[in-house]
Design a binder for this molecule. Structure first.
Ligand code: PEP
Length: 250
């Protein structure tokens, strides 16, 4: 168990509109109360300003879904960490498997993006996770350790400021959730690796689970010793479901 509060972060992915976002955030604000955990919504970049206004002064923090590793310049289509900071962004997802898969993001790029976030006071939510083929080949541990090692290697002593999200690729958006025991065993591996790299901070680094977490399965996943919150895709788009997950995160 960590001393830090759990973090429940929604990943809206490429979903939403001005009207839908307003309805969703207003419903969340109406139900969230004073949560026992930290709560964030990671929204598409065009809506950062809108959602920044909607969540201002509330317990819901603003998050981005990606950021550039570069500080500024000729990088068409990208957003720097400093730009995100201008809009009150507190968290940024880094290395989501959809970025790794569809945009060819390497461990090295993920580590550089993590460094850019940390340098600008944004907490990176660093995603790691194996594909189904890797799991079936018995390579889960090797893959997640390699992905986390790249980030630790580049970010050294700052590692205490990151959030890690274990997201088995086969569980993302598929409705197939890792069992609590499957998730916990990988979280324990990641915790041990963090302990090796930063022993004094390892217990306080949050390791989220992501992959079809929903209102029905959140409580049992979050009850595991090394699961310190969730990164939630589909279920974060439905206010009642996201609120139930928040309520489960004691
Ligand atoms: C995600 O996108 O990070 C995710 C976990 O998605 P889902 O909850 O829909 O599986």
């Amino acid at each position: 168990m960590t001393t830090k509060k759990n973090l429940i972060a929604g990943n809206w992915k490429m979903n939403g509109s001005l009207a839908a976002n307003e309805a969703l955030v207003k419903a969340l604000l109406a139900g969230v109360g004073a949560p026992a955990c930290e709560v964030a919504v990671c929204v598409p970049a065009p809506y950062l300003s809108q959602v920044q206004s909607l969540v201002a002064g509330s317990p819901i923090a603003l998050g981005a879904q990606d950021l550039s590793a570069q500080p500024q310049g000729a990088f068409t289509g990208e957003q720097s960490a400093a730009m995100l900071k201008d809009f009150g962004v507190r968290y940024a997802i880094v290395g989501h498997s959809e970025r790794r898969q569809y945009h060819g993001e390497t461990d090295e790029l993920v580590a550089a993006k993590t460094a850019a976030a940390l340098a600008n006071g944004i907490t990176p939510i660093v995603c790691v996770g194996e594909t189904l083929a890797e799991r079936e080949a018995g390579r889960t541990e090797e893959v997640v350790k390699r992905q986390l090692a790249a980030v630790i290697h580049v970010n050294g002593h700052c590692i205490s400021e990151i959030v890690v999200a274990y997201e088995p690729v086969w569980a993302i958006g598929t409705g197939k959730t890792a069992t609590p025991a499957q998730a916990q065993s990988v979280h324990a591996v990641l915790r041990a690796q963090l302990h090796h790299a930063a022993s004094e901070h390892a217990a306080g680094i949050r390791i989220l689970y992501g992959g079809s977490m929903n209102a029905a399965n959140a409580a049992e996943l979050l009850a595991e010793a090394d699961i310190d919150g969730g990164l939630i895709g589909g279920a974060s788009l439905k206010a009642p479901d996201f609120l139930q997950i928040i309520a489960a995160a004691r």
